[in-house]
Design a protein around this ligand. Sequence first.
Ligand SMILES: Nc1ncnc2c1ncn2[C@@H]1O[C@H](COP(=O)(O)OP(=O)(O)OP(=O)(O)O)[C@@H](O)[C@H]1O
Length: 342
Amino acid sequence: MTEHARAMSEHAGDSSITFERATKTYPGQGAPALDALDLAVKSGELVCLVGPSGGGKTTALQLVNRLVDLTSGTIRIGGRDIMTLAPIELRRTIGYAIQASGLFPHYTVAENIAIVPSILKWDRARIRARTAELLELVGLTPVEDWLDRYPAQLSGGQQQRVGIARALAADPPVMLMDEPFGALDPITRLSVQDEFLEIHQRVGKTTLFVTHDIDEAIKMGDRIAILRPGGTLAQFDTPEQILLHPVDEFVAEFLGAERGLKRLALTTVGEVLERVRPDAVLPAGAAQWPVVSAAMTVREALALVSVAGTDGAVVAEAPGRFVTLGELVHPPAARDTAGVAG
Ligand SMILES: Nc1ncnc2c1ncn2[C@@H]1O[C@H](COP(=O)(O)OP(=O)(O)OP(=O)(O)O)[C@@H](O)[C@H]1O
């Protein structure tokens, strides 16, 4: 075990990423690309980094794996200053997935996935087993059908999946993803997002995920960090809080005109139900109300209620419980926001 690996395993369990006034000014540039960023990503959390083009998102990501070096400030992983680690060693503990997958065209799928494990001198049986496990994880089965293909023989979505498998190969505690689904068509993109979220829930890597698509950020992020032009942080909070309380006009505009609808698509009927009085008596006339499921989004439930023209809906999974139209339109505030991973 190298000194670095030992140090990292001592910190096992803490894979938080902390930016402390992290600043990058590229040579010859008058203004910083990233300006005094303070951001703490908790272990296991998925944070989406969004902002306008040129806002410093990629720079922030590449500072973490030292593809770009800090001008000033500090970045820590698991509490350790990244500048105290050799870049090559550091990168072995960080999975990196980029747009267009970044696969090596002359390597097969199996060879691409094996790159970091080979550097780490895993034996062949271990690499083979890990490769099979990863291809299953990203849904490329039966595994034998995929191992020997070259990237050019895969669709964009399949390449992206192999890219994610490769980034996960050596089981790094931290994942950096730069527009990982940017090259996909909208339909494939939605399904790859779902798959990635499932994988994330299972493997729980601390993930910093760059996207310029605010809808993707709302769907994927435990929290979202919004950068302004000039690389300063505009807001860092849960998707729901950002949609409810954008700090200023810049953030509100960035979120777009459909902010209210986006928020409704984020909350489920079950979540609203948890926030309303449990002992409320079913109103007369509720027999005519539509039945909704606790798993439905508020947006879906509202569609049913508006078609039925009623003042509320009853909830299938909770006998005697109901939600009113008013509660669906303006869900009471959550009792706490401690639902964030970490
Ligand atoms: N190697 C470099 N040398 C000089 N300037 C650079 C370099 N890389 C990036 N920049 C500049 O730094 C700023 C931030 O770039 P960065 O790629 O981090 O933004 P971004 O938010 O990821 O943008 P996009 O959404 O367009 O990918 C931009 O103005 C860019 O032109």
